[in-house]
Write a protein that binds this ligand. Structure first.
Ligand code: AMP
Length: 284
């Protein structure tokens, strides 16, 4: 595996490989790698000639400085995992390499897509995400970009950004990898207390039950409320939002027949760890 820390050197390398007609797949991460990240890398390797993974804990997307400080950093282990996956290129830049002085990032218009759910509860978060993904794409210029369905609103915004840039990069969204008990893998899971880790799979269990409740005749509002009530009963759990939305616009819908693509997204505080998850309820 090749390791690059400098923008100039990775750009030069990838340009020369792409000039030979080789296809580049790119997996941006914040490290603390797990099987979710691994699934993206395996897919990128299978569909491209070169797989580039980046590890960059992006300070501009943390709306809570304590979360940034406590974000797990496992450099040695991450490199071992990447070597084990036969990843081709690791980009491991410093903050000043990604954000040189005087850098100009274009403004994008996301309408209401970045105002709801994560956008509402984590002010400034998506500004940071869009800023860093724009910058990283400008460096790597991949043919294909691999992101997880786990961060539903994130990949939706990035798709909007790519559309507005008329970018050549194709976004490939990969399914959520879960623990056997259903908990969506996340770098933050290692910070859960034993008790909260035991209860955490209830989140995905509830999200997967919503279609049954809808089929029993409950309305969307009733289903959302029932799910929130059940999550609120778990000791130390505090649901922040749970919303059934249109999968493209991410806006609330009243009836399942309002959209052919419906997803439920949720964020739940488990002690001082915030977990997000989602389940696609309908896609035709
Ligand atoms: P992160 O390191 O958390 O920024 O995540 C890097 C990429 O991995 C993002 O595109 C995430 O959506 C994706 N990812 C994170 N967790 C999972 C998971 N459990 N399954 C699939 N992809 C994931």
């Amino acid at each position: 595996m090749l390791l690059f820390k400098e923008v100039k050197s990775i750009k030069r390398y990838l340009k020369s490989e792409q000039a030979k007609g080789l296809k580049v797949g790119y997996v941006p991460t914040m490290g603390a790698l797990h099987e979710g990240h691994a699934s993206l890398i395996k897919r990128a390797k299978a569909e491209n000639d070169i797989c580039v993974c980046s590890i960059f804990v992006n300070p501009t997307q943390f709306n809570d400085p304590k979360d940034l400080e406590k974000y797990p950093r496992t450099e040695g282990q991450d490199i071992e995992i990447l070597v084990g996956l036969d990843n081709d290129v690791l980009f491991y830049p410093t903050v000043s390499a990604v954000y040189p002085k005087g850098l100009h990032i274009p403004m994008f218009d996301f309408g209401q897509v970045d105002k709801v759910m994560e956008g509402h509860f984590r002010p400034g978060h998506f500004d940071g995400v869009v800023e860093v993904v724009y910058r990283l794409l400008d460096i790597v210029e991949p043919d294909n970009l691999y992101m997880g369905q786990k961060d539903f609103q994130q990949f939706t915004l990035i798709q909007h950004m790519l559309n507005q840039l008329a970018s050549k990069t194709q976004l490939v969204v990969c399914p959520i990898i879960r623990e056997e008990d259903g908990l969506a893998l996340s770098s933050r899971n290692v910070r859960l207390t034993e008790e909260n880790r035991k209860n955490a799979p209830i989140i995905s269990k509830i999200l997967h039950q919503l279609n049954d409740w809808l089929e029993e005749g409950m309305t969307i509002k009733q289903v959302e409320q029932k799910a929130i009530d059940q999550l609120s009963k778990i000791p130390d759990f505090k649901p922040e939002y749970l919303e059934i939305v249109d999968g493209y616009s991410l806006q609330a819908i009243e009836k399942m027949s309002d959209s052919d693509y419906v997803v439920v997204c949720a964020a739940v505080w488990t002690g001082d760890i915030r977990l997000i998850d989602n389940v696609i309820l309908k896609k035709s």
